[in-house]
Design a binder for this molecule. Structure first.
Ligand code: PRP
Ligand code: ZN
Ligand code: MG
Length: 224
């Protein structure tokens, strides 16, 4: 159930790779904010647009239930949501690609180990936080592997003996290197996107969304 609100709400990652750039993009788009005491809510001072600071993985759910009209999240998180949503539920839609937070979802294995090509994963276990995207890729590539779902610290699964390979996001590659892992293949390329709630908006809010998108595009094109 949603309580009528006339202010727009944008969900943004609280901490992590997208957090700072997401907020600075909104500021460059001309929005100014005052933080709440717990720093989880940013009140829009010059426009009726507020920001909610949350875990990135929670952003699709907030959009689906209508608690927020917009969110800044990795395309990978949206794509996973689309694949794992219950049939008949409307998933959030990508409105704008934002050109930062580039990364890829990759299969990775232990350095010096026996696996050198993805086909060798047949019959083995792969740890991931993206079971939908991984299952989809495995099916397309005709590989039958067991998917071990972990919500975090996926990169330590091989050392714990919980999996033979992982499927996780890679940006700089530092996390893989620190865990003596290397990429076999990238299964999805991703970047930060502006995502919209599937709930229909009244005309005033729809207009605010259009204006915010235009401001963001303006800020992007002046980035040089
Ligand atoms: C991803 C991934 C790795 C890290 C890889 O996590 O799970 O931990 O980034 O980045 P690197 O190649 O630059 O080392 P993310 O930042 O998305 O955070 P989350 O898994 O906690 O959502
Ligand atoms: Zn996350
Ligand atoms: Mg991580």
């Amino acid at each position: 159930m949603t309580i009528a609100r006339d202010r727009l709400r944008v969900a943004v990652q609280k901490s992590g790779r997208l957090a700072e750039t997401s907020l600075s993009l909104l500021r460059r788009a001309g929005l100014s904010f005052r933080a709440s005491r717990d720093r989880l809510f940013l009140y829009g001072e010059n426009l009726p647009i507020d920001v909610l600071l949350v875990r990135d993985d929670d952003i699709p759910g907030l959009l689906m239930e209508g608690s927020c009209e917009l969110g800044i999240v990795g395309r990978n998180v949206l794509a996973e949501q689309r694949l794992t949503a219950l049939p008949g539920t409307d998933a959030p839609a990508e409105r704008l690609a934002l050109g930062f937070g580039g990364c890829r979802l990759s299969l990775a294995v232990t350095d010096g180990g026996p696996i050198t090509v993805p086909a060798q994963l047949d019959g083995l276990r792969i740890a991931t936080s993206y079971p939908g995207l991984l299952a989809d890729w495995l099916a397309v590539n005709g590989i039958r592997a067991e998917i071990v779902v972990l919500s975090g610290s996926v990169e330590i699964a091989p050392r714990l003996g919980k999996a033979d390979a992982i499927c996780d996001l890679v940006s700089s590659g530092a996390t893989l290197a620190a865990n003596q892992l290397h990429e076999l293949v990238a299964i999805l390329h991703s970047e930060a996107v502006l995502a919209a709630s599937p709930h229909p908006l009244g005309s005033a809010k729809a207009e605010q969304v259009e204006r915010l998108c235009a401001r963001i595009e303006g800020a992007q094109s002046s980035d040089g």
